[in-house]
Design a protein around this ligand. Structure first.
Ligand SMILES: [Zn+2]
Length: 148
């Protein structure tokens, strides 16, 4: 059986909102995702927040060239050794400095110390509610659809 998880993370990989704001966010989301399991995770180290089986490819965020999976994997392995504290990545296509967090993932993925997970959400979060959630948490957010 496959599972779908809607993950919501800050766009800034090092940001974790205060506990009180996390509670507010959970209460807010529980209004739309009634009877759905909502989990909030905060970790000391940055985690790769993956999209599971929705992983297809990775592209340069500057020129749109696709990035070889083996190059990306090498960079991921190196970054993992330092618990993703350093996400620097230099693109081979256009030789520019970027971050593993800023590359274009198809479908989206990211890095975070804080994540909200909604299990089998059915519906997408509406734009206006996402904006409200961003205000509650004091950060811009990234939506990740994961399938396992
Ligand atoms: Zn490029």
């Amino acid at each position: 059986m496959s599972a779908t998880i809607l993950k919501i993370i800050p766009t800034n990989s090092t940001y974790a909102p205060e506990a009180i704001l996390q509670d507010k966010a959970k209460t807010f989301l529980a209004k739309f995702y009634e009877n759905k399991q909502i989990e909030i995770d905060t970790t000391d180290a940055i985690q790769f927040v993956d999209q599971g089986a929705n992983f297809d490819s990775v592209f340069c965020n500057f020129c749109g060239e696709s990035i070889e999976i083996k190059d990306w994997q090498n960079a991921m392995d190196k970054a993992y050794e330092k618990q993703f504290a350093n996400l620097d990545f230099t693109t081979l296509c256009c030789n520019r400095k970027t971050s593993l967090n800023d590359l274009t993932y198809d479908m989206p993925a990211g890095f975070a110390k804080f994540q909200i997970k909604i299990l089998e959400p059915i519906a997408e979060i509406e734009e206006k509610y996402l904006k409200e959630l961003q205000q509650i948490l004091g950060t811009t957010l990234r939506i990740i659809w994961a399938r396992y």
